[in-house]
Ligand binder design. Structure first.
Ligand SMILES: C[S@@+](CC[C@H](N)C(=O)[O-])C[C@H]1O[C@@H](n2cnc3c(N)ncnc32)[C@H](O)[C@@H]1O
Length: 193
């Protein structure tokens, strides 16, 4: 089997060919519920591997003022530039692992599972470095296996082991409010630096 290289071209081709099965078309209920609970509207938020970034639209609507979107695909980010034109949202085309910044909150949704599993330790390390003291990484992770990938699956046990090394695990539980197609297959988590 030929090894897939999940680089910018690979992801751009998915967008160009409209093979975007992960894209649900709106801000998902678990993230929406969590975002509604965040009180500081001026906190610095990063959404890495943001895709069409429906969450950013919801955040803007809720009055959040400091939102950064990051994605490796220039095809996608060109579309985002148009979509968020005339808003305060910052859009960056780039590789997460090369991104630098300091954030209060990083939101995760189908980004972790899009990365080759060999990058998981680096994901944890880099997320940690991007957060300010007491900053949080929160969102959803698949609690199931997949054939092939992406997406690449995982389990609660695996994630706990992975994140416990550096983060304080505030929450990691079966998601009660997943969208219907993902019901029973995702975990909602909050990690604190
Ligand atoms: C499965 S999609 C998820 C998109 C979005 N989070 C959603 O839920 O609709 C994964 C996204 O991560 C981006 N991506 C993949 N590897 C990346 C990397 N190393 N750095 C930044 N973005 C990356 C892809 O271009 C793609 O938009």
């Amino acid at each position: 089997m030929t090894e897939q290289i999940l680089d910018a071209d690979w992801w751009s081709n998915r967008y160009l060919q409209q093979q975007t099965g992960w894209d649900i078309g709106y801000s998902s209920t678990p993230l929406q519920t969590y975002m509604n609970s965040v009180e500081d509207k001026n906190c610095a938020i990063l959404i890495p591997g943001c895709g069409n970034a429906y969450e950013a639209e919801a955040l803007l609507e809720a009055g959040f003022t400091n939102i950064t979107l990051l994605d490796i695909s220039p095809v996608l980010t060109a579309a985002l530039q148009l979509k968020f034109n005339s808003t305060s949202v910052q859009i960056i085309t780039g590789n997460f692992f090369e991104h630098s910044g300091q954030y209060d909150l990083i939101l995760e949704q189908t980004f972790f599972c899009a990365l080759d599993p060999s990058h998981r330790e680096a994901y944890v390390k880099h997320m940690f470095s991007l957060l300010k003291k007491a900053g949080r990484l929160a969102g959803v992770l698949f609690n199931r296996a997949f054939e092939g990938g992406p997406p690449f699956g995982g389990s609660k046990e695996l994630y706990e082991k992975l994140f416990n090394q550096s983060f304080t695990l505030k929450k990691m539980e079966l998601c009660y409010n997943s969208i219907e197609p993902r019901s029973g297959t995702e975990l909602f988590f909050i990690l604190e630096k």
